[in-house]
Design a protein around this ligand. Structure first.
Ligand code: OOG
Ligand code: MG
Length: 259
């Protein structure tokens, strides 16, 4: 770690404590390389696993132009999600667990088989058995939700919570390339887009995960889910009912409640 005096574990503790105590922190702003930032991310996840959480999937970030423009980042990133971040479709989520949450509509894939990342020709799509509409709640641990690329990578790509709607077998789902996506808050459209906004096609995002996983050491075993990244910009998540509508796939919903 090039940052003077700060080890990977110390940086991970800084970010992990911010998440656990629901207290925003200053950006790292240490000039970390991406490799170092992913090392911090790995250490953040290791702390969560050490508390009994299990990694259940991966999440892509900045796979749409809308998200890149909103956050001023122009590179695809990846983080991990744990069981503790997962909520059931339609659940109430206590807002007090977040610092300044935002919510965004996503498409999720489920892996039915291990993806052998050592195989240079591995076909990740062949490992997928189902697709679903999803919502991601992001909650940067950084003040004012502002960060540079290494900061957000170290912060596990702002991952905080997610909800997955009904699964459709991939073979029955039809063409996924241009499905209308709507983020609906209390019955009104807040953001609209298309699955085509996710790297041109959500399966293109899934394919883009493979080289990223190789570089970052992420595993893609059977049973894991992959969030392909938001199709639209994120909106603040407050005490409201939020739905992600993906045409042909259905709806995922969650309600923010003040506990
Ligand atoms: C980083 C996470 C980006 C997405 O879907 O693009 C992301 C952030 O916006 O804070 O999850
Ligand atoms: Mg996201």
């Amino acid at each position: 770690m090039s940052a003077p005096g700060l080890s990977t574990d110390e940086l991970a503790a800084y970010l992990d404590d911010a998440q656990r105590t629901v207290a925003e922190v200053e950006q790292l702003d240490l000039g970390l390389t991406l490799e170092q930032a992913y090392d911090v991310q790995r250490a953040v996840i290791a702390r969560r696993v050490g508390r009994g959480e299990s990694v259940v999937g991966a999440k892509l970030g900045f796979t749409s132009a809308a998200k890149m423009a909103q956050m001023g980042i122009d590179q695809i990133i990846v983080g991990e999600v744990t069981d503790a971040m997962g909520f059931a479709d339609g659940d109430d989520v206590d807002l007090s667990r977040f610092i300044h949450p935002r919510i965004e509509p996503e498409v999720a894939f489920r892996l039915a088989r291990d993806v052998d990342l050592a195989d240079p020709d591995v076909d990740v799509v062949a490992a997928v058995d189902a697709v679903a509409p999803a919502l991601e709640i992001i909650d940067s641990r950084y003040r004012a939700f502002r960060f540079a690329l290494p900061d957000v990578v170290a912060d596990n790509t702002s991952a905080a919570a997610y909800v997955i709607g009904p699964w459709t077998p991939l073979v029955q789902a039809g063409e996924l390339g241009d499905l209308a996506v709507r983020l609906v808050v209390d019955g009104s459209d807040a953001e609209t887009g298309s699955s085509a906004d996710i790297l041109g096609h959500p399966l293109a995002a899934l394919r883009a995960l493979v080289p990223l996983a190789r570089v970052t050491g992420l595993r893609l075993p059977a049973g894991h889910v992959v969030l392909a990244g938001a199709a639209t910009a994120a909106v603040p998540f407050g005490a409201s009912l939020v739905e992600a509508h993906v045409a042909g796939l259905g709806v995922a919903s969650v309600r923010g409640v003040r506990g």
